[in-house]
Design a protein around this ligand. Structure first.
Ligand code: PLP
Length: 388
């Protein structure tokens, strides 16, 4: 008899977006032309001045073990950034640097969740939130939203129970690009304070906005700041996905607990990566603006192109770089689910997109427009052909 794996890992669903990306890359390696619009990864190269900062740091021997919480120089830069961009005044001691915001989200759930604690997660959602809550033995409570997928305090209030411990916010959202309006965010904050709930606010897409201004819930008042962990990272804003650097700000005792966990798990993020992040966050932000303007062009193109395909419907994203599209009118005998439809699209047209099931929202797909305009144009043509 073989020794068994732990139950917690047997019930873990691997990341569906990563799975699609892996499949698309494998097909590409076999020489099959694939347009990969599956993964949430900017297609831009990391700006040169950031790469050069990492190279210089390696050359200057910034290559040893370091403080688990992150280098103080970087935490100071992050504290400045939170102050300037988000109107939150964290001390550098209230900031932690991790191996991507994904890893810090994992730490936050581990630190805040006891067995059976309920975490409210609005859906459609990035599946990582759900799986990480399960890994922390918490109970994900899914709150389905209807188009245009904008979370309200009223929706949230209906889900509250005695066991509710955390509200998960992700604005702009993956996969819909929807944002929480300021008035609603204020009401949600009041709800959290009245019911003594934690808020984990994932703000990784804060720089990629098209119609709305971004507000950080922790900036509204001191009490909310004490109840919120603000998550961010350099992956999306600076095209640094593979570098693996995220950061979080929060109440001192939470950051201390996350640091203890970090000291017993990853140790520290490589210091030369941290040096690169210092440059990314403190140097001129022209590259961020350039990428943003390219995303805006692509978004405009897709909105126009998809609006002419009557079988598809969608809400215009307010932020991030995803279009979340309903294919419900196309489902039936031949393709009973969005997953079946997306699989056929990959096989027949070589386009990789992610079915809504991956975001707990059947009947939809997510197309990432972190791809070149040329590829997007080809993809639209092929999707149109496939539908017809
Ligand atoms: N949060 C959201 C909402 C995301 O969509 C992603 C990546 O897709 C992440 C966090 C992960 O970012 P990082 O690269 O910092 O781990």
């Amino acid at each position: 008899m073989q020794a068994k794996l732990a139950k917690r890992i047997l019930t873990l669903a691997p990341s569906p977006t990563v799975a699609i990306d892996t499949k698309a890359k494998a097909l590409k390696q076999q020489g099959i032309p694939i347009l990969n619009m599956g993964i949430g990864e900017p297609d831009f190269d990391t700006p040169l001045h950031i790469k050069q900062a990492a190279i210089a740091a390696i050359e200057h021997d910034s290559i040893k073990y370091a403080a688990p919480q992150g280098m103080i120089e970087l935490r100071k830069v992050i504290a400045d950034k939170f102050h300037k961009d988000n109107n939150i005044s964290y001390e550098p001691s209230q900031i932690i640097v991790g191996a991507g915001s994904k890893q810090l989200l994992y730490s936050a759930f581990q630190v805040l969740c006891d067995k059976g604690d309920e975490v409210i997660i609005p859906v459609p959602t990035w599946s990582t939130f759900i799986e990480q809550v399960k890994l922390a033995e918490g109970t994900p409570v899914l709150l389905p939203l209807k188009p245009p997928f904008k979370l309200t305090a009223k929706d949230l209030e209906k889900q509250l129970t005695k066991k509710t411990k955390i509200i998960l916010l992700n604005s702009p959202s993956n996969p819909t690009g929807a944002m929480i309006d300021k008035e609603e965010l204020e009401k949600i904050g009041k709800l959290a304070v009245d019911h003594k709930l934690w808020i984990i606010s994932d703000e990784i897409y804060e720089n990629i906005l098209y119609t709305n201004k971004h507000y950080s819930i922790a900036s509204f008042n001191d009490q909310l700041k004490e109840q919120t962990i603000t998550m961010n990272g350099v992956s999306k804003s600076y095209a640094m996905t593979g570098w693996r650097l995220g950061y979080a700000g929060g109440p001192q005792h939470v950051i201390d607990a996350m640091t203890s966990l970090q000291s017993q798990t990853i140790g520290n993020v490589p210091t030369f990566i941290q040096q690169a992040a210092i440059t990314a966050l403190s140097a001129d932000q022209a590259s961020v603006r350039a990428m943003h303007s390219e995303f805006a062009n692509r978004r405009a193109f897709l909105i126009k192109a998809f609006s002419t395909i009557e079988q598809l419907s969608f809400t215009e994203p307010e932020g991030a770089f995803y279009l979340f599209v309903s294919v419900e009118k196309l489902l039936g005998k031949q393709y009973p689910t969005a997953t079946a439809w997306c699989e056929a699209l990959l096989e027949k047209e070589g386009i990789a997109i992610v079915p809504g099931e991956a975001f707990v929202y059947p009947g939809y797909f997510r197309l990432s427009f972190a791809a070149s305009m040329e590829d997007l144009q080809k993809a639209v043509e092929k999707i149109t052909d496939f539908i017809q």
